[in-house]
Write a protein that binds this ligand. Structure first.
Ligand code: CTP
Length: 383
């Protein structure tokens, strides 16, 4: 039995990047050998085991053959006679198909090291086409490596991806899988590259048909906005909203129906859908906040639930800054008026007001009046 380190860890090591997860491939072993050595089996579909101490993944060398549409229709063949080269041959990209043995020697039968040097995302073999998720993976790796290292998708790989999409391959992907890859791609340093690659291989209209009418007109603004969110190291919800808002808001569509359709179909996490809807709905009011008075600022804080959820207010403002391309314009020296209003409103002692109110029904009105006064005072002082 021989054990090799494979996949993303070797790729990242050779690029000089920190390695997150290590994957191993085991050649010449059976599941029984692994169990006898104390490895714990995981999953039902693949012959994968966890190391008893490190908990890293050890997979028996395997070949895969497609037996049906989508990414689930695979016949897996794992047996002690499957070679390392056969296992590497079933992998997606040459840069992900490099192995290292226990003496530290690199094994690279498909030219992954030259492709790392040439900055090419190139498929290993025609078997790439057997797994449509790989289209999203390539787009995601481009979003990770393009600007930082200059990687591009090899022309023949892009053509293969186009043929796969044109043959309807991505239509079979389930929503969870699409969202998992899209969300990971959105969290890369240059998320606009994800969408550009998906557009270039014709996958974007298949994956996100709802957005077709918008990105031909506003795609460039959306690309700038989502990259701005990434440059701020913003969380996923902000990045998604920063991509959607410039697409949808200028058309006057409001976005609510569209986002709920998209949310249901892709099973978007609630926080992502919620922030995106809210940013679309409040966009016009947020846009005019610099000229707003205390009453409008308080109304905005209430609409965004900004007093109870200060982080969400920060997220909304980040979406605004990016979607309006305002990152080059420094905020006023006095700070964002909405944050000033929030800070002023937060000074109100709501417990004391509740105690002193003449009746329970008067509490809300008295708190609101006190917050309005506090905001008014803050602005008359600092104006
Ligand atoms: N792989 C593949 N096709 C897929 C998924 C994975 O060929 N659809 C192979 C690749 O060789 C990949 C390895 O399995 O390197 C491990 O997959 P995974 O952990 O998902 O990706 P990484 O390449 O490690 O990338 P990341 O840094 O995003 O985890």
């Amino acid at each position: 039995m021989k054990i090799y380190a494979v996949g993303g860890a070797i790729r990242d090591e050779l690029l000089g990047l920190p390695v997150q997860d290590r994957d191993w491939v085991v050649v010449g072993a059976t599941p029984e050998t692994m169990l006898a050595l104390g490895y714990k089996p995981v999953g039902r579909d693949f012959p994968v085991f966890l190391h008893p101490v490190t908990h890293e993944e050890y997979a028996l060398a395997r070949t895969e053959r497609k037996t049906g549409p989508g990414y689930t229709g695979f016949a897996i063949h794992a047996s002690p006679d499957v070679t390392l080269e056969q296992d590497l041959a079933r992998r997606d990209l040459t840069i992900n198909a490099i192995a290292r043995d226990d003496a530290g020697r690199l094994i690279d039968p498909f030219g992954g090291i030259p492709d790392l040097q040439a900055r090419q995302l190139r498929h290993v073999s025609a078997a790439f086409a057997e797994d449509p998720v790989r289209i999203l993976r390539v787009a995601r790796f481009a979003a990770r490596f393009q600007h930082r290292f200059g990687f591009t998708v090899a022309p023949e790989t892009l053509q293969l991806m186009q043929r796969m999409v044109d043959a309807g391959e991505v239509d079979a992907l389930v929503a969870e899988r699409v969202w998992t890859e899209l969300s990971r791609g959105l969290c890369e340093p240059d998320p606009s590259v994800l969408f550009r690659v998906l557009e270039e291989c014709h996958a974007l209209p298949r994956l996100l048909p709802e957005l077709v009418p918008y990105w031909t007109r506003h795609g460039a603004a959306a690309a700038r906005s989502v990259d701005c969110a990434a440059a701020r190291a913003a969380p996923l919800a902000v990045r998604f909203a920063a991509w959607i808002v410039p697409l949808v808001v200028p058309s006057g569509a409001g976005g609510h129906t569209l986002i709920s359709t998209l949310g249901t179909r892709l099973r978007l996490p609630h926080a992502v859908q919620d922030l995106t809807s809210l940013a679309c709905r409040l966009h016009a009011a947020l846009h005019t906040r610099f000229a707003a008075g205390p009453e409008e600022l308080l109304a905005l804080l209430e609409a965004g639930d900004g007093l109870r959820r200060p982080q969400r207010l920060q997220d909304l403002l980040a979406v605004m800054a990016c979607s309006e391309n305002a990152q080059d314009t420094p905020p006023p020296a006095s700070g964002d008026p909405l944050l000033r209003a929030q800070a002023a409103a937060a000074t109100v002692d709501t417990a004391a007001l509740a105690r002193d109110a003449s009746s329970p029904s008067a509490i809300a009105a008295s708190i609101r009046a006190a917050r309005l006064a506090a905001i008014g005072q803050a602005f008359s002082r600092g104006a």
